[in-house]
Design a binder for this molecule. Sequence first.
Ligand code: GLC
Length: 481
Amino acid sequence: MRIAILASEGAPYAKSGGLGDVMEALPSALARIEGNEVILILPYYHKIKHDPKWNVEYIGDFQVGVGWRKQYAGIMKLKGRNDGVQVYFIDSEYYFGGRDTTIYGHGDDSERYAFFSKACLDAMAIMDWIPDVIQCNDWQTALVPTYLKVMYHHLYPHTRCMYTIHNIEYQGWANGGFFDDVLGLPWEWRGCLDMNGSVNMMKAAIETADLVTTVSETYARELMYPYYAHGLDGIISNASWKLTGITNGIDVGTFNPETDAALPAHYNAQTFEIGKAECKAALQKEVGLPVKPDVPLCVMVTRLAGHKGLDLLCYIARRLLWEENVQLLILGTGEPHYENFFRDLANEYPDKVAAKITFNLGLAARIYAGGDIYLMPSKSEPCGLSQMNAMRYGTVPVVHATGGLRDTVPPADENGEGGLGFTFQSYNGDDFMAAVKRALNLYNHNREGFKALQRRDMEQDFSWDKPAERYMALFRQMLTW
Ligand code: GLC
């Protein structure tokens, strides 16, 4: 099967979050399946263009219609990737190349990705590489299914399109004028793109894609409710017949405590007691906490954004530090009020709290390895990947039972049995505190039980093999239509 994957980010070239990780591992997992030909198309961002690591070949260029204007687009083919995935970059100095190094956050983001979505469809036609299936992701490529149906059908008469929602919070809103100024779609399609007088690209994708998926089973159900759907609950409910949740995997090749080059010691599910103890001591030293093997180290690697549940952590933090002999370590950047809160807390409790307000992948890996308990109280979480990274490195998660967290962390009892971590049901600081305390009790009073839980976490299969098969089943289903 010929599969084209279109996205606004993909590691290791450009990544701002979980989407970038998924776009690294999913194409690769699909390419491992016999008979598949997989391409991945990404924007040729400044950072990629100017990184000598990436060796590219110019394939061709063309003009993309953006409203009444035309914009140059170049096709660059990446050389040297050896996992069977062919990566192409869409070159546009105007939209991607000549900007600063941030991926998103430019005033014309809607136009940039409208251009990209269209350019991908033009590029494949020009290369005469007509896919059986297009898989596109989040608001940035949400126009693809609509363009495919309305303006490119003659070039792709048999191509089917799957649209995947990684986070419904970012929908690709633009003002009503965007329809005429940028999209260049026939007037009859205005209603499909319109939501209360504005343009909503995600809404159009949900309506026009052949199938819609999201990144966990629970999130697929949650999206029917206003609390989670950010205004799209009605649209989702109407499309529920074509919506499936497929829980992400993680890249178990990259995230492997036996080989991870960032770690000071290596281990697996059999040898973790020694390996993790070494990693913990080194980590405590690295972040400036007292090196104490028996003080439970609670860790968090996160964007400091509201929906990650930081309000709950802020609410319980001082009480936790008064009542328990714990260490708390946070790594991440984001909203200034959270950055300041954790900086202040670390100043106030230098022997108990460390706050690293930065983005550092190596340190992230050392935290997954050196921590004992991983905190993830997200208010909503479409899938979440770091709880799986943590478990793979033997760090026991404490999570809010929502979205993918609910699907990947079944609750253990107070003896650490019957599940993979500790969970709480309602989004409430005291319930979160109670779950953290269950984890701490197990660590403090039943270390063997805690170790058995760590081992079970490490033995889980979080690879992409099974999710990739589920994508394939849906691709096959679309092709029979
Ligand atoms: C988004 C979601 C996150 C998910 C990731 C990959 O970043 O917020 O929950 O794991 O996409 O699908």
